[in-house]
Design a protein around this ligand. Sequence first.
Ligand code: AMP
Ligand code: TRP
Length: 336
Amino acid sequence: MANTPADKKASGKETVFSGIKPTARPHLGNYLGMIKQAVALQESYQCIYGVVDLHAITKPQKPEELTQNTRDIVLDLLALGIDPERSILFVQSHVPAHSELAWIFNSITPISWLDRLGPYKEETAVNSQLNQVGILDYPVLMTADILLYKATCVPVGEDQLPHIDVANEIAKRFNHLFGKTFDPIKPLLTEAKRIMSLAEPKKKMSKSGDAGISLGDSADEIRKKIKRAVTDSGSEIRYSPGAKPAVSNLLTIYGELSGKPVADIEKMYAGKGYADFKNDLAQVVADYFADFRARRAELQNDRVYVSGVLADGAARAAAIADKTLKEVKAKMGFLM
Ligand code: AMP
Ligand code: TRP
């Protein structure tokens, strides 16, 4: 019965790793870009998922918020279907090897690979106070996250592609300097690799503001937000991201959550207006997350179960991570 992570590894299946930051409750973009595929991949891969709190502190957070956000994301992931029987779910800071391997990779990473990256440049341009070393170095820690598990498949949204490129460069350089250790990493993208803001469809949906649908929103809040979502000029419900960015974004969301091809949805609304379309979409989104909200409410009362999951996840993650770290250190000549 090949259904534990160890069995899957033994059967030659590739390893999947992904991380999500405990900054605020996940939004629809996080769900459709990353979490939905993370859940589906559990069927056939060894999956390891980290709540990456060491990444979250690159932007200032109050201590009590970091604790609460970490608890919240763990509950969200469990309620959305990350299954600790099939996958490893853990909190990044519980496995010290992440910080240690990141430091080691710092020694082989030129600053020029990091300071040219779009996400770094954009964030520091918006807020110059964010210009800490941690923000610059973020992709090196992300590389350590992935390579500690020798993961080759990484489900992410499109914004993470530059970071995956850096991870592959660091892996190549390590292999070149110290001998073949790491295989190339493939990013796994979905059709919903970039869900846009409901208020400004040229910007991606993010965790700040209410231009996004948070998984913490009630069915009523979801309906209100979808009804308020901006639309494009002209009344046609047609997928055309260039000409109709707002409606195309809503069609992507509708398609991903209903399982219907976008072309079929276009036909369903031929000759109808935005109001009908948005009413139905609001219902689709609210219904889709109804089970999630119920499961999450149950889990929230089961602190013992959740801490058990995290203790077990950290132990299983550390067993793999420590082995890789040891191999890296031996290859580099650290006295063992
Ligand atoms: P974060 O909340 O930044 O840790 O992001 C977690 C995952 O969600 C990453 O894989 C991101 O690429 C993905 N993601 C974030 N925003 C979006 C979005 N608007 N559309 C699709 N994927 C996204
Ligand atoms: N950088 C990712 C984000 O902002 C989160 C992340 C950290 C991650 N480590 C990772 C994603 C490793 C994939 C693999 O969303």
